[in-house]
Write a protein that binds this ligand. Structure first.
Ligand code: KG4
Ligand code: ZN
Length: 338
């Protein structure tokens, strides 16, 4: 079965084709640049850019895969969570194209896409596993017993880790979205100058809170003064706090569930230092960690095509009416029984 996947939930237009016999055949991505000047994603501009980019990217992946539209057996589109206008662009293009081609269409949950992304690798994780989802919109620890069988173990009570990274990067003058640049600046920072708290690690539980770290960074910059090297030292202290906190909670989740397989996915899981740290935790706990390849950590169409394939293969699809859900609890998804 070949599935076309469309991702338009935020500021990336991602399109891909997944083939159940040959894996991911082709994927194309357009990262919207228009938002940088505003220091954050402007929803209306995001929707307009998706309108411009989705069809050309569909043509690109078809030609790269040497396929015609009639060679597609199903279409998967991200239906939430995300920006409503942006979601509706992918949903309406996906549903209409499926209608025109007389193939089924399926609505995909964006975070299910992220957590299934490591399944596209040569050595996929075996179920059940714990998923650490760390993106710009979410920080969650999820127990995954099957595709669609999700139990929320913990999540951020305020900012997501990626959101805190981006906001702190902005205040350090690194532009938007600056998470990866902040991580890079931290590489040249001193580890012994500032120490930021590890939020919510002093009490039991698997929830996170990252918004206080951003305030900590602002206050530290004010107090220390903007001397050469200070911004890098703040970036270092910030990254250490985020990585330490994520690692502590992953260790706890492994202890609490008894599961020995951890998946880390979402944009922040592209971070090299986080990976090194999680590998270390896993080794100490006799566990294994699985990651998507770097390009499938951040938003992409391949993860949506794959998640859609799993649902279509289980006989699920949408009626002709379609919609999108800006807020969509992952635990409400229909499990796939295989
Ligand atoms: O999964 P994603 O592409 O979008 C959402 O679903 O939100 O995640 C984007 C987030 C942004 O906050 C970005 O700054 C962060 O992932 N990010 C990184 C890195 N690459 C992307 N954070 C740390 N290190 C990176 N290398
Ligand atoms: Zn995402």
């Amino acid at each position: 079965m070949r599935v076309l996947g469309l991702e338009t939930s935020c500021d990336e237009t991602g399109v891909a084709i997944y083939d159940s016999d040959n894996g991911s055949l082709s994927h194309a991505l357009y990262s919207q640049r228009v938002h940088a000047q505003y220091g954050g994603v402007v929803p209306e501009l995001a929707s307009r850019d998706h309108v411009l980019k989705t069809l050309p990217l569909i043509k690109t992946v078809l030609s790269e895969s040497r396929l015609k539209a009639r060679d597609i057996h199903g279409i998967a589109y991200t239906a939430g969570p995300g920006l409503i206008g942006a979601l509706l662009v992918g949903a309406s293009i996906g549903r209409s194209l499926a209608y025109a081609l007389n193939v089924p269409a399926v609505a995909v949950h964006h975070m299910e896409g992220h957590l299934l992304a490591p399944m596209l690798e040569e050595h996929p994780p075996a179920l059940p596993f714990i998923a650490l989802l760390v993106s710009g919109g979410h920080t969650q620890l999820v127990r995954v017993d099957g595709v669609g069988s999700y139990e929320m173990l913990g999540e951020s009570v305020d900012d997501a880790a990626g959101e805190a990274l981006d906001k702190t990067a902005k205040l350090l003058g690194l532009g938007f979205p600056g998470g990866a640049r902040l991580a890079e600046l931290a590489m040249s920072g001193r580890t012994d100058r500032f120490r930021f708290p590890r939020p919510m690690t002093d009490r039991p539980g698997l929830d996170f809170s990252f918004s206080g770290l951003k305030t900590y960074a602002i206050n530290t910059l004010k107090e220390a003064g903007d001397q050469p090297g200070t911004r890098a030292d703040i970036a270092r202290a910030f990254m250490d706090a985020v990585i330490d906190t994520l690692a502590i909670k992953c260790r706890r989740a492994i202890q609490q569930t008894g599961l020995r397989t951890l998946v880390a996915a979402g944009g922040v899981s592209a971070n090299h230092e986080l990976r090194v740290r999680l590998d270390k935790v896993a080794k100490e706990m006799g566990a294994m960690v699985y990651y998507p390849r770097l390009e499938f950590c951040t938003d992409n169409g391949a993860m949506i095509a794959y998640a859609g394939y799993r649902r279509l293969a289980a006989g699920m699809s949408e009626p002709l009416a379609f919609g999108a859900q800006p807020r969509w609890p992952m635990e409400s998804l229909r499990p796939i029984t295989e």
